[in-house]
Design a protein around this ligand. Structure first.
Ligand code: ZN
Ligand code: ZN
Length: 258
């Protein structure tokens, strides 16, 4: 049984830590699997162009360097920590309208990724090669920030294109996603160390990419609230039920012993 987090940003986009620093950060906390998923903004839209200019997203020049570094760090993560590092990106389509904005994670298969393609085309391409597509923070994140409702608005039509929908992003649980009956997953959307206190996914499968993807598709997952604390805290387990998905909410010390 091990902790996993499939939505993490590095300084290749708007995260604070480098990819090697992230591997050490999660490796030292005994995570069994993580995915690094930097923003890759659509570069046809005005907002996307501005993001590229500001350097807060991957672009066509940095993307191959990013993929290469993920490959070498994947080997090191495994050797040093026994942690599976899954290569990923967060395809980022931002519009002035929240209802036309969409973020989705592509996990495992990055070859030929084009941020200008829509989710349907990307999903067919990625899943044909064994990759996974996850809808990121599909409903209100309850924070004052850009919201991305486009995928949620189209959820019925996307049933066969999305492998899982984030039921939690950071410390927030999304009730309507939990009750929807759609396949779900919990991630931190980690940008910096203070984002570590958040919902995480717990897996019981082998630490192999195909086994992990199978567990996500078959929804053999549990969710834990991971609390990063400096000092030792008392332990108050409590369980919550969301639309048939059991969410185990635990406040624990620095290392969640699962
Ligand atoms: Zn996002
Ligand atoms: Zn993100």
């Amino acid at each position: 049984m091990y902790l996993a987090d499939f939505h993490i940003h590095s300084n290749f986009s708007d995260g604070k830590l480098s990819i090697p620093a992230l591997v050490d950060y999660f490796g030292k906390r005994e995570f069994g699997a993580i995915a690094i998923t930097d923003h890759f903004c659509e570069d046809t839209s005005l907002i996307g162009k501005a993001s590229t200019y500001l350097g807060v997203t991957l672009n066509r020049a940095t993307f191959p360097i990013y993929c290469e570094l993920l490959k070498t760090e994947k080997a090191r993560a495994w050797e040093q920590y026994g942690m599976m590092l899954i290569p990923g990106v967060e395809i980022t389509k931002n519009s002035i309208s929240n209802h036309r904005s969409a973020h989705f994670l592509v996990l495992g298969e990055l070859e030929g990724i084009d941020p200008n393609k829509d989710i349907t085309e990307t999903s067919d391409q990625v899943r044909a090669k064994g990759g996974l597509v996850i809808a990121a923070h599909p409903v209100s994140t309850q924070k004052l920030e850009k919201q991305t409702y486009h995928l949620w608005d189209r959820r019925e039509g996307l049933r066969n294109k999305v492998d899982a929908w984030e039921v939690a992003s950071g410390p927030y649980l999304f009730d309507e996603v939990g009750r929807s009956g759609l396949p779900v997953i919990a991630n931190s959307d980690f940008h910096q160390e203070r984002n570590m206190t958040s919902w995480k996914t717990v897996l019981r499968c082998e630490r192999r990419q195909d086994a992990i993807f199978e567990a996500i598709k078959k929804q053999k997952l549990e969710f834990f609230f991971y609390r990063e604390v400096k000092r030792r805290e008392s332990y108050h387990p409590q369980r919550t039920y969301y639309g048939g998905v059991e969410l185990a909410h635990q406040r624990m010390g620095n290392l969640v012993s699962v």
